[in-house]
Design a protein around this ligand. Structure first.
Ligand SMILES: *Cc1c(COP(=O)(O)O)cnc(C)c1O
Length: 360
């Protein structure tokens, strides 16, 4: 059975080399006679994995020393609540830039906790999808933080630059973490669910400036506190060891590929080709404003929903799976994360040309 060209938005494709390595070590990790998932999270073999995962991330993203790397659970969605719980002080307001479905969820989670929220910009319902212009954003003086979603996975709009803010900038980077180089010092905190660009689902990466982590109220449950997670190196209870091991393998793979500059170049080439194929035709229509088009989630429509259904079905029969857009928006979404091979993009483009010829 050949590997599918898996365009899933998440859980998403993982590098084949990484899966093979995990398979090879599955029964016997490092001559221990057991799998990495069967051993203590406090033993020396696992400790080396935990450390390497962090070291690789620090290298790839050039993470400064005054930031901590945390491995948490509950997905990015849990962070939507933990951020306000940890970081909004007495009487403070939290600012949100809402650019789509994920930004809306983050905002709602804060409101649910009774936090005072200010929406600095809202482009969440605009079609074609976009990110807000960075001028004229309405920030609150003394805000606890400004929250953004760097890549709206559902709409296919991506921030190309980040706002300059007086308050700490917090970014949900679930669907574009490690897809391009970043200046981490621009952010107070970055977080990402693993299942798009990092590892299988079940672990959440948090990169947080230490002075912010220190703000966690003592009254919060320990495992909800950034400070506690920082002080215990994410090992106060049993860590999701296999998933952190997968992060280690994926980050090793990225370093071997030339780091994030190398990855950004490949990602741009893949996305540029696919958008060019869309723009060349009158049959396909991109659904994000060109300057904000995501390099990770390429969204487009066909002339009718019937044709979209047929497109998805015929593509699947040729080994191109999960091209259906998110259930609430429809259309086509080709997610082409780091691990998605360039060859798969070429195959999709070839199929698109054939499909257009037959159906227009
Ligand atoms: C997938 C996704 C989430 C949700 O992640 P979970 O780990 O399922 O909670 C949040 N934000 C963005 C941008 C996403 O793409």
């Amino acid at each position: 059975m050949a590997r599918a060209y898996n365009f899933s938005a998440g859980p998403a494709i993982l590098p084949e080399e990484v899966l093979k390595q995990a398979q090879a070590e599955l029964l016997d990790f490092n001559g221990t006679g057991m799998s990495i998932m069967e051993m203590s999270h406090r033993g020396k073999d696992y400790s080396a994995v935990h450390q390497e995962a962090k070291d690789n991330l620090r290298k790839l993203l050039n993470i400064p020393d005054n930031y901590s790397i945390l491995f948490m659970t509950g997905g990015a969605s849990t962070q939507f609540s933990l951020i306000p719980m940890n970081l909004v002080g007495e009487g403070q307001t939290a600012d949100y830039i809402n650019a789509g479905a994920w930004g809306t969820k983050a905002l709602k989670a804060a409101k649910k906790l009774g936090v005072k929220v200010n929406v600095s910009a809202d482009v969440s319902k605009e079609i074609p999808a976009r990110m807000p212009a960075l001028e004229n954003l309405q920030f609150t003086e003394g805000a606890a933080y400004v929250h953004i979603t760097s890549n709206e996975t559902i709409s296919g709009a991506q921030m190309k630059e980040f706002p300059e803010t007086a308050a700490p900038l917090i970014a949900d980077m679930s669907s574009d973490i490690l897809s391009r180089p970043l200046d981490v010092s621009q952010f107070g905190m970055i977080y990402a669910g693993a299942q798009k660009n990092l590892a299988p689902a079940g672990v959440t990466l948090v990169i947080i400036r230490n002075d912010l982590a220190e703000k966690s109220p003592e009254t919060l449950p320990d495992l909800f506190q950034y400070r506690h997670m920082m002080e215990t190196d994410s090992l106060s209870n049993t860590a999701p060891t296999f998933l952190i091991y997968m992060i280690m393998l994926v980050t090793r793979w990225l370093l071997a590929k030339g780091g994030l500059e190398g990855m950004q170049k490949i990602n741009k080439e893949k996305a540029d080709k696919l958008y060019a194929a869309i723009d060349k035709s009158d049959f396909y229509k991109g659904t994000a404003v060109p300057e904000y088009r995501s390099t990770m989630n390429v969204t487009f429509r066909l002339p009718s929903e019937e044709l979209e259904t047929q497109f998805i079905k015929e593509a699947a029969a040729q080994g191109m799976t999960s091209l259906k857009g998110y259930r609430s928006v429809g259309g086509i979404r080709a997610s082409i994360y780091n691990a998605f091979p360039t060859e798969g993009v070429d195959v999709l483009i070839g199929f698109m040309k054939e499909f257009e010829k037959k159906n227009s």
